[in-house]
Design a protein around this ligand. Structure first.
Ligand SMILES: Cc1ncc(COP(=O)(O)O)c(C=O)c1O
Length: 349
């Protein structure tokens, strides 16, 4: 492509999980929530007047940021930015705080989008391997980089490192520490208090998983007001459309509903984990709405993935180091998990 930038020549775009166009598919591949969002979300949508469509939205999403600050224990919206999904905020953190050529640190394995965002930005992602239990090693704390992104609980492992490990990181790392808490509502604890305690901590969340709003594209970041003020310089003027602001606020104000849904998902997760273990899979403790299920021998994980696809059950397979023997399975409803287990029984015999 003679018109393309040199930077993009060797960059492959991110390939999201398959979104099938209907049909009798059991979709357990992209960590969506199997339950609908709060009824208050649909109500708020229906009550939007024509003005919300005709006029530009609030450029700084004040009401949604205030609701997030209140819920997360911060005194004002100055501690919060919202974005078009957390993915936008991850791109923005590079645009705002990382110069091309700088080093960014992440664990291996982790969310594969970080590497692509770094490639697109012209900075260098340095991976430091997690240990055999998917925990941070001592070496991780010694890496010198401009920014560190730690996913807690991690994807695709599902494992959360202890809070003390994140404390040690914020204390020892000489740069900003982004704590990606996309899945934290399914975990036992979180680090939302860290921005109060550490001036280099940025905690990011998404409404895509626990709030059942992946289609609306809403993410948040919480950090010291001086960090948020820098973000505000680089975001698009109207980065949150009016519908996303309205439904995000309605969802945040019905927090109990979200928590009831996550409780259901967590209960199903434990049942599914037991059932998969009975079928010979090994699964690290998950603090998320998915399981990373390892299986040695034949049929291989890749074979099982393909055989499930033929039976209209979609899970995720990564042909990446340390993940080749695993399937990442989103926790669906109990009924969806039963369909998966039945299909697995057909495949495994
Ligand atoms: C670890 C992690 N961070 C961030 C995201 C992105 O969330 P969003 O849908 O808000 O862009 C995902 C989505 O799958 C994720 O797995």
């Amino acid at each position: 492509m003679k018109y393309g930038r040199d930077l993009l020549k060797n960059v492959e775009g991110y390939v999201p999980g398959e979104q099938p166009k209907g049909g009798p598919i059991t979709k357990l591949n992209t960590n969506e929530n199997p339950y609908p969002p709060s009824p208050k979300v649909l109500e708020a949508l229906q009550n939007m007047g024509e003005r919300a469509f005709r006029c530009y939205p609030d450029p700084v999403s004040t009401a949604l940021r205030e609701a997030c600050a209140k819920r997360y224990g911060y005194e004002s919206a100055d501690w919060v930015i919202v974005g078009n999904g957390m993915d936008e905020l991850l791109a923005l953190v590079l645009r705002t705080f990382v110069d091309p050529g700088d080093k960014v640190l992440a664990t291996y394995p982790t969310y594969s989008l970080y590497e692509i965002l770094c490639d697109l930005h012209g900075c260098v992602l340095t991976y430091e391997d997690l240990d055999e239990n998917f925990q941070l090693t001592d070496a991780f704390y010694t890496v010198d980089a401009r920014l560190c992104i730690l996913t807690r609980p991690n994807a695709p492992t599902g494992v959360a490192v202890p809070r003390e490990a994140v404390e040690r990181l914020c204390e020892s790392f000489d740069g900003l520490v982004v704590i990606d808490e996309a899945y934290v509502d399914f975990a036992d604890d979180d680090c939302m208090d860290f921005p109060k305690r550490y001036d280099n901590a940025i905690v990011m969340r998404t409404f895509s998983k626990s709030f059942s709003l992946a289609g609306m594209r809403i993410g948040t970041a919480v950090a010291r007001p001086e960090i948020i003020a820098e973000f505000m310089k680089t975001k698009d003027s109207y980065n949150m459309n009016a519908v996303a602001q309205t439904v995000g606020l309605a969802a945040m104000e019905d927090y109990d509903y979200m928590q009831a849904n996550t409780a259901k998902v967590k209960a199903t997760r434990e049942r599914l984990k037991n059932e998969l273990e009975l079928r010979g899979f090994t699964i690290p403790k998950s603090g998320t709405n998915f399981l990373l299920a390892f299986r040695d021998g034949t049929p291989t994980a890749k074979d099982i993935f393909q055989a499930l696809r033929e039976r209209n059950v979609i899970v995720r397979y990564f042909a990446h180091r340390r993940l080749e023997n695993a399937l990442r399975i989103t926790v669906g409803t109990d009924e969806e998990c039963d369909v998966l287990l039945k299909a697995l029984d057909g495949i495994l015999g």
